[in-house]
Design a protein around this ligand. Structure first.
Ligand SMILES: Nc1ncnc2c1ncn2[C@@H]1O[C@H](COP(=O)(O)OP(=O)(O)OP(=O)(O)O)[C@@H](O)[C@H]1O
Ligand SMILES: [Mg+2]
Length: 511
């Protein structure tokens, strides 16, 4: 680098070996688009885009990136033709509004109720059909819908998904996945001979240990005779006995303990027919207390019958090598509980739903994938409760929007119309990708479906991905949520507009 002066005495800097620098110089987005595959700054934006879709909607995260990619690809062509990026951004904005309005027009509202869950289930099934778990899509969709409905606030049209826990357990099959209206604790009864099932359980929830008080460090116990040892032993036993008796006196039929207890106490509990679970974590203890209406008791002296938690059914269920404790409410109570949840929302947090999910092959990756898929399905069910409008999938909604946007382009006399047409072409990317991924000829399939939509004036025609024999997505029950699809288009447009407005990028390595 050197400082020099021009003929008017103004200083300027000469940069040496300019050609070796990877500085990108441009006054529009063209360079960024050209460099898209090498400049990961854009890739980061795509990742962000996908994340936003996930955060807002929970599904459609691939589609949104495909759409943004297609919009960028189209923009590149326009830039090559000399259209200014600002004009392109404006055209895209107009087109996205037309597309979003068109979605509103072709959307259907459906009614659902506790007795008619089918539309909700079908929409969740569409989400799951593109996942590895699609073998069980029906049962998983049912689980997702039931779980969401159990915690939904139908009046406020909202769902707090935090009330639904998805737990993965190694050692079973995908088919074993089940919905539990209650709490699952990954613990077993402290003694194998204790009953595995307790009906109408009265639960003592204890944070005090089942053990005699320990001598303080200052004190010591001298045992020099057998008699002394016997007395001590008796005393210890008496302690245990008193503790067990205290629990029995208040009417507890199950003890949940935060601490462990030794074999002696364990044996006594078994002997006195008081089943117990030990080493239950603090959070779980709190959940149990909330769900069963019990109180956490820190001292045996404080145990009273009112502080006991109540559960319709507590059962130990073993799956493969591991055992699980389930606090469930019996059938009658489940119905009661649901009605209660709908009526009394403030107390909703008191009930946790846990879906136990046991995917096949003991494969952790499979569990993670199942959890993600279930998350998508839960989000879709939630979205439908927020807004019960659906559009048809399989690319049919995109094709319909493409037709609408293309038709609208003629109304714009300015340069924007090129961008609007380009937007219509970009919308074709999703049906084309679906066709290609199903082994169909993308362009031929798309044009056939598009002309069918125009000819029959029916926006339900899409790509028959599974070769069912009809490409009417209404007949195939391929539904997607209206808000999800709208969000995809809006977010993709936003990010592309943002990229188009960047006009100079310096590679990070050259800072
Ligand atoms: N049975 C089906 N027939 C035709 N198209 C289908 C069918 N099931 C799903 N689709 C379509 O597949 C697309 C969804 O694919 P996929 O779930 O892989 O991506 P995404 O929802 O965009 O992203 P992600 O699920 O990863 O967040 C949608 O366009 C949907 O309409
Ligand atoms: Mg999906």
């Amino acid at each position: 680098m050197a400082l020099a002066f021009d003929e008017f005495g103004r200083p300027f800097i000469i940069l040496k070996e300019q050609e070796q620098k990877t500085r990108l110089r441009a006054n529009d987005g063209a360079t960024i688009l050209e460099q898209m595959d090498v400049d990961n700054q854009i890739a980061k934006l795509m990742v962000e885009l996908s994340r936003s879709q996930d955060y807002e909607i929970g599904d459609g995260t691939t589609g949104v990136v495909v759409m943004a990619g297609a919009l960028l690809e189209q923009a590149e062509k326009l830039l090559e033709r000399g259209i200014h990026p600002i004009r392109i951004a404006e055209g895209y904005e107009m087109a996205s509004r037309i597309a979003v309005e068109n979605l509103e027009l072709i959307a259907h509202k459906f009614d659902f109720g506790v007795t008619n869950l089918e539309p909700l289930i079908q929409t969740c099934m569409t989400t799951l059909s593109s996942k590895i778990v699609n073998r069980c899509k029906r049962s998983l969709a049912e689980i997702a819908v039931k779980a969401v409905l159990a915690v939904a606030d139908l009046e406020r049209k909202d769902v707090n998904l935090d009330l639904i826990k998805v737990e993965g357990k190694v050692g079973g099959k995908l088919e074993d996945t089940e919905l539990i209206y209650g709490i699952v604790v990954d613990k077993d009864m402290s003694h194998p001979q204790m009953p595995k099932q307790i009906e109408d359980a009265k639960i003592a929830i204890l944070t005090c240990p089942f053990e005699p008080p320990k001598p303080k460090t200052k004190h010591k116990v001298d045992i020099d005779t057998v008699e002394k040892f016997q007395t001590l032993r008796k005393q210890e036993q008496q302690y245990f006995d008193d503790m067990v008796q205290k629990c029995k006196d208040v009417g507890a039929t199950l003890v949940i303990c935060q601490w462990g207890f030794d074999d002696e106490a364990n044996h006594l509990l078994m002997h006195r027919n008081l089943p117990a679970v030990r080493w239950v974590g603090g959070v779980e203890l709190e959940l149990i207390a909330i769900a069963t209406g019990g109180r956490i008791v820190p001292r045996f002296q404080e145990l009273t019958p009112e502080k006991l938690g109540k559960a319709g059914l507590v059962r130990e269920k073993s799956l493969a090598q591991r055992k699980i404790e389930c606090f469930t409410l019996n059938t009658v109570q489940i119905q009661g509980l649901l009605a209660y949840l709908f009526a009394e929302h403030e107390l909703l947090h008191a009930n946790q739903l846990i879906i136990r999910d046991i995917p096949e092959l003991c494969n952790k990756m499979m569990i993670e994938e199942t959890k993600r898929s279930l998350h998508d399905a839960l989000c879709v069910a939630r979205n439908l409760i927020r807004n019960n409008s659906i559009v048809y999938g399989g690319g049919s909604a995109e094709i319909s929007c493409s037709v609408a946007v293309e038709a609208a382009a003629d109304r714009y006399p300015g340069v924007e119309q090129y961008a609007i047409r380009a937007f219509a072409d970009a919308l074709d990317a999703i049906p084309m990708a679906l066709a290609e991924n199903s082994g169909l000829q993308p362009i031929e399939t798309l044009s056939a479906v598009k002309s069918q939509q125009i000819k029959e004036n029916n926006p339900h025609f899409g790509i028959d991905c599974n070769d069912v024999g009809t490409n009417d997505m209404c007949e195939q029950n391929v539904f997607e949520t209206l808000i999800g699809k709208q969000q995809q288009i809006l977010l993709a447009t936003q990010v592309v507009k943002m990229i188009l407005k960047i006009d100079d990028v310096i590679s990070p390595s050259d800072y």
